[in-house]
Design a protein around this ligand. Structure first.
Ligand code: OGA
Ligand code: NI
Length: 206
């Protein structure tokens, strides 16, 4: 949806106007979040935006049909997102779970609330100060369930920038934990490996 939105006629009529309007709000919330997160790292509020974290927005609309035998499959298997940050809007069915201290915890829907997930690229550039969230959605007898995931990630853009732990956040006592990598290279590895619950970050750990 950003920086180059698709021609409107490429979006399904049922959600075309809503996607275009919602994108504006997601971009402005993303702008605020990256400023606050920069400040939380002790850096100038523009720092993460100056690294193009806000530049590109990929919106994925998930549709989970009701499942008659939920113990035989998953809605979406466990993973962390291939993004800097993800803004997730889920409907009232529920199902999203996050791994916390080795247990799966429900992230119950709250009307009007959004879920903000740290993605792998924030973990990479902050040298583990922020940690990407491992999450999943089990299959559900109820449904259909709809969720809209807005990924701040420039994986769809040609971008030769190398991302690695930020110079401001590493020191002799806290050396870089990851090798530098382009978003494109990371994304290829991420999808080649598949959503098996292990983070692709482990492949570039020093
Ligand atoms: C995703 C995702 C969760 C959900 O699309 O990456 O984790 O609630 N979706 O649909
Ligand atoms: Ni996800």
């Amino acid at each position: 949806m950003a920086p180059d939105p698709p021609p409107p006629e490429d979006l399904p009529v049922a959600c075309r106007d809503a996607m275009i309007e919602y994108t504006k709000h997601v971009m402005s919330l993303g702008d605020l979040l990256f400023e606050l997160l920069s400040e939380a790292l002790g850096l100038k509020s523009e720092t993460l935006k100056s690294m193009d974290c806000l530049k590109s927005l990929l919106m994925i609309c998930n549709y989970y049909p009701p499942c008659p035998q939920p113990d035989l499959t998953m809605g979406i298997s466990q993973h962390s997102d291939n993004s800097f940050l993800t803004i997730l809007l889920q409907d009232n069915i529920g199902g999203l779970q996050i791994l916390h201290q080795d247990s799966w915890v429900d992230v119950s829907p709250i009307p009007g609330a959004l879920v903000i997930n740290m993605g792998d690229f924030l973990q990479l550039i902050t040298n583990d100060k922020f940690v990407s969230a491992n999450h999943r959605v089990p299959a559900n007898r109820e449904g259909p369930r709809v969720s809209i995931a807005s990924f701040f990630s420039s994986s769809a853009l040609p971008n030769s920038t190398l991302y690695g732990p930020m110079k401001e956040l590493v020191s002799e006592e806290n050396p870089p934990k990851y090798k530098d990598i382009t978003i494109k290279e990371y994304t290829e590895g991420y999808f080649e490996k598949g959503l098996d619950g292990t983070s692709y970050l482990s492949n570039i750990r020093i």
